[in-house]
Design a protein around this ligand. Structure first.
Ligand SMILES: [Zn+2]
Length: 240
C-alpha cells in the first residue's frame, strides 16, 4: 500500500513539473536590465498609491521573485509561504511575527481585484501560480496616468510644449507615432525600452521638434552617435 502511494506521489510530481515548464515556455516575457529603473518608477508612481500596505508588500515580493529573478512574470506561491515570519513583512498586529493566512489571502484577493495579479492554473501543494502585471497593463494605473497627465497639463509652458525630447508626455507622442518600433532596425520596443534619437544631431543645431525625433532602440541610438540618419540606416543594413 505504502509503495503504491509513493508511486502516485511520484506521478503527481511529474505531472506538476511538466505543467510548470509548459507554462513557463508559453508565457515567458523578457525584460532588459536597463528597463528596470523605469518599471520600478512606474510601480511607485502609479500602482503603490492605489494599494493597501499588505498588498503593496506582497506585490513587491512577487515582483522581486519573478520579473527581477528571471524575467518571467509568473510565480507560484502559497499563502503559508508568504505568511512565514521574516519573509514578506512583519505583522503589524504584534500577535506573531508573520502574516496570518487570512491577511495574506485578503491581500492576494485585493491585488487580483485591482488587476495587479491574476491566478493562472490550479493550486497544487506548492501553491498557486500567479501572473504579475506591470502598471502599463493594469487598468486602474492607466487611468491614474491619464489623470496625472491632465493635472499637469496647465503647468506646461506653451514654449516648452514644442519640446518633444524633455517633456515626458510629448516623448510618448513620438513613440506612438512610430508604433514603438526602432526607426533603424525595426525592433518592437516598449515604453520602457524605447529611446529618442535626433535626426539632425543637437551638435549640428538639431532641435527637439516632433519632426526631428525618431524612436530608437538603445543599441541603435548609442551606435549612431552623431552620424547623419541616412548613414546610420545604411550602416545598419550592412551589419545585418
Ligand atoms: Zn534599433
Amino acid at each position: 500500500m505504502k509503495e503504491e502511494i509513493n508511486k502516485i506521489k511520484e506521478l503527481l510530481d511529474k505531472i506538476e513539473k511538466s505543467q510548470d515548464t509548459e507554462m513557463e515556455k508559453s508565457f515567458k516575457q523578457s525584460f532588459e536590465l536597463f528597463e528596470l529603473p523605469e518599471i520600478v518608477s512606474s510601480i511607485i508612481d502609479y500602482l503603490q498609491p492605489l494599494l493597501l500596505p499588505y498588498e503593496s508588500a506582497i506585490y513587491w515580493y512577487l515582483f522581486r521573485h519573478s520579473i527581477i529573478n528571471n524575467g518571467d512574470n509568473h510565480i507560484r506561491v502559497s499563502n503559508r509561504g508568504l505568511g512565514k515570519p521574516r519573509t514578506v513583512l512583519t505583522s503589524s498586529s504584534g500577535q506573531s511575527e508573520g502574516l496570518s493566512y487570512g491577511a495574506v489571502q485578503k491581500a492576494l484577493s485585493g491585488l487580483e481585484e485591482k488587476g495587479a495579479i491574476r491566478k493562472v492554473g490550479d493550486t497544487n501543494r506548492e501553491g498557486t501560480l500567479f501572473q504579475i502585471f506591470l502598471p502599463d497593463e493594469i487598468e486602474i494605473c492607466q487611468q491614474r496616468m491619464k489623470e496625472i497627465q491632465v493635472e499637469e497639463l496647465p503647468k506646461i509652458d506653451p514654449k516648452k510644449e514644442a519640446d518633444y525630447y524633455n517633456i515626458k508626455e510629448n516623448r510618448y507622442k513620438i513613440f506612438e507615432r512610430d508604433g514603438y518600433k526602432c526607426h533603424y532596425c525595426d525592433k518592437q520596443l516598449t515604453r520602457f525600452s524605447a529611446t529618442l534619437d535626433h535626426i539632425q544631431p543637437v551638435s549640428e543645431c538639431g532641435d527637439n521638434s516632433f519632426d526631428n525625433l525618431v524612436t530608437s532602440c538603445l543599441h541603435c541610438n548609442s551606435k549612431r552617435g552623431a552620424k547623419p540618419v541616412m548613414e546610420a540606416i545604411i550602416d545598419n543594413k550592412k551589419s545585418e
